[in-house]
Write a protein that binds this ligand. Structure first.
Ligand code: AMP
Ligand code: GLY
Length: 427
């Protein structure tokens, strides 16, 4: 029987999900932007605000969806999984209550504490901004300052890295945040592990390193992620034996504490001199990390989804073992002052063997237009990071001149710097 799958969301991550299910199931998709890549893969693409839980559930029912995959955290926070479950459509994505693991950073830390999840940094939660500023003054060491709610990865300020203590206090005082988390600054190299979770079971995927900073050399403000790479196998070049497994232990502890959790559980880790610590959890695939992971997953993603729904035991996962490099093209000025509404040219013919993923663009009758977020990504694959990087770079000939790219992602220099950084910390 052909399964009818509803995909919620219209970014690069969702284009990757669409590609992973389109060959095996009948795909319907809805998002607030018209993503040309998803639209072409789907039997039908409906423009619906993905945070309108009732509208999404009505659409799922109308198209006779057998199950749904929810891409963006905004939809999870809005209760889209709850509405779909109530409408009798299995949603691969946590209910709003469990998605608080991502959507409420104060809850996330308190949950870790209460359940003795390993890897939790020192932290404190404040509802009063002046009390938070006093804590900054009194704290012996650097802190990361985080609004408790969702900010698209752009709300965190790290003292001693991006800002001074004075700037962090000014940032808080100028903000309208009503709850903030202050936590020990973790020093090391970041990596992501995403896991498929359902019925108390967990299946993990290769570690990915994302690049949050806007400009080459890790300069500039934080973004949603400018690009990312994986190595051959499951680990990354700067990780030592045991680091991957230590991070997986953390994810397993989360699933033990949340036996009803379903969907993707994403762990963002800082590999410190003392091993992996948790920067945050997300309740969905990473964007761009989904674009590194799904193209090398050889087990049909639909098999994972149906096993999750049917409670029949998640399949063991097979991966191609290739390295991947993903590079995003973003509007000029992103993230602070993005040139939204610019018409961009994407020359699909020049992508070659690489994969092209459309992201937060809007397809209109006369072409493709930028929005305020990332526009499209290319992913190269190969038997080394260098080979994957070269394939991604060649494909970037597809990008016209109105977008910006971090060309350094996946290049030998940058990967080497990560290895040296970790070696210095571990001396
Ligand atoms: P988040 O929105 O929690 O992913 O944070 C965005 C980025 O801020 C992370 O990817 C890290 O680079 C940085 N960050 C967050 N928390 C910490 C921390 N405790 N120590 C150092 N950096 C952090
Ligand atoms: N790449 C970071 C995120 O998806 O939150």
């Amino acid at each position: 029987m052909t399964e009818t799958v509803l995909l919620v969301g219209g970014g690069g991550r969702e284009h990757a999900i669409a590609r992973a299910v389109a060959d095996d199931g009948a795909l319907y998709a809805c998002a607030s932007n018209r993503n040309p890549g998803i639209r072409r893969l789907a039997d039908e693409f409906e423009t619906i605000d993905e945070t309108d839980a009732e509208a999404v559930a009505d659409y799922a029912t109308a198209v006779g969806a057998d199950l749904a995959v929810i891409g963006p955290e905004s939809a999870l926070a809005a209760g889209v999984a709850d509405a779909l479950d109530e409408a009798g459509v299995y949603a691969f994505g946590p209910r709003a209550e469990e998605a608080r693991l991502e959507t409420d950073k104060a809850y996330q830390r308190e949950f870790m504490d209460e359940n003795a999840i390993p890897g939790c940094p020192d932290y404190a939660v404040f509802d009063d901004i002046e009390a938070a500023c006093e804590y900054i003054d009194d704290y012996d060491g650097d802190l990361a300052v985080k609004p408790a709610g969702l900010t698209g990865g752009k709300g965190v300020k790290v003292i001693g890295d991006q800002v001074t203590a004075e700037e962090a206090k000014a940032y808080l005082r100028d903000s309208d945040y009503d709850r903030v988390v202050l936590e020990e600054r973790l020093v090391g190299e970041e990596f992501t592990i995403q896991a498929f979770v359902a019925n108390g079971e967990i299946r993990t995927t290769p570690a990915v390193q994302d690049h949050k900073r806007a400009y080459e050399g890790d300069e500039g403000p934080n973004t949603g992620g400018m690009g990312s790479y994986t190595a051959t196998g499951h680990s990354l070049p700067f990780m030592a034996e045991g680091d991957y497994d230590a991070a997986v232990d953390v994810l397993e502890a989360v699933v033990d504490a949340l036996p009803d959790y379903k969907g993707v559980l994403y762990g963002q880790f800082m590999l410190t001199a003392e091993g992996p610590k948790v920067v945050e959890f997300n309740a969905r695939f990473g964007d761009p990390e989904a674009m590194n992971t799904l193209p090398v997953l050889e087990t049909p993603f639909l098999d994972v989804l149906t096993a999750a729904r049917d409670g029949s035991g998640l399949p063991e996962l097979d991966f191609s073992g290739e390295a991947t490099v993903c590079k995003y093209a973003v509007p000029d000025g992103y993230p602070t002052d993005p040139d939204a509404g610019a018409k961009i040219a994407v020359d699909e013919e020049s992508v070659g063997d690489a994969l092209l993923y459309y992201a937060s663009v809007d397809e209109r009758d006369d072409g493709i237009y930028t929005t305020t977020s990332r526009s499209f990504a290319v992913v190269g694959r190969g038997d080394s990071i260098a080979a994957a990087e070269a394939e991604a770079e060649e494909a970037l000939a597809a990008a016209g001149d109105r977008v910006r790219i971090r060309h350094d992602i996946g290049k030998a220099d940058l990967v080497e710097r990560r290895i040296e950084h970790m070696a210095e910390l571990r001396e």
